[in-house]
Unconditional design. Structure first.
Length: 167
């Protein structure tokens, strides 16, 4: 990867917000002339707790495999939607879909790619900020006033990303 990289880290809980905000995020990444590394991670604790129930149709191992495959398929669908939007902005995309610790995986990818920033969706921001070597750009969820109105009210969020742009 010769261009700078921005990691777009999506936890299963933040996938809808990531898709809604993808155009705005893509415009930021485009200003950097960066590549996007989309990481979609489903928290393994959710898979583990969902697979504990044993019933007449599935045993625990089969249920865990079934749930994991469903999570990965859902992640691929979300990543494809994000890639389609990013490609409209001529952003080259890399991807990783899996099950694990979302914060650990996002910070690991940021470290490996020397990312200039991480944009998290659905992850605990405080944990990510502590573990991540790159600045984490927090995007507020869209509210009834609309995303751009929120951005005007929360200028600090905008400045965080402009600090990344200045690097």
């Amino acid at each position: 990867m010769e261009n700078p990289v921005v990691v777009v880290a999506v936890d299963a809980r933040g996938s809808e917000n990531a898709i809604r905000q993808a155009g705005y995020v893509a415009s930021w990444i485009g200003r950097l002339r960066a590549d996007a590394y989309i990481v979609y991670i489903t928290d393994s604790r959710l898979v583990r707790s969902a697979s504990l129930a044993d019933d007449e149709y599935f045993n625990v191992a089969e249920r865990k495999k079934f749930i994991t495959e469903g999570c990965i398929e859902n992640g691929r669908n979300v990543v494809e939607k994000l890639k389609d939007i990013f490609k409209k902005y001529r952003i080259r995309c890399f991807e990783q879909v899996g099950v694990g610790d979302p914060v650990r995986e996002a910070s690991k990818i940021a470290r490996e790619t020397n990312a200039v920033g991480v944009i998290p969706f659905g992850m605990p921001a405080t944990k990510l900020i502590k573990k991540c070597p790159s600045p984490a750009v927090l995007i507020p969820e869209e509210d009834k006033r609309g995303f751009f109105a929120v951005m005007k009210d929360k200028i600090a969020v905008k400045f965080q990303f402009y600090n990344i742009l200045a690097r």
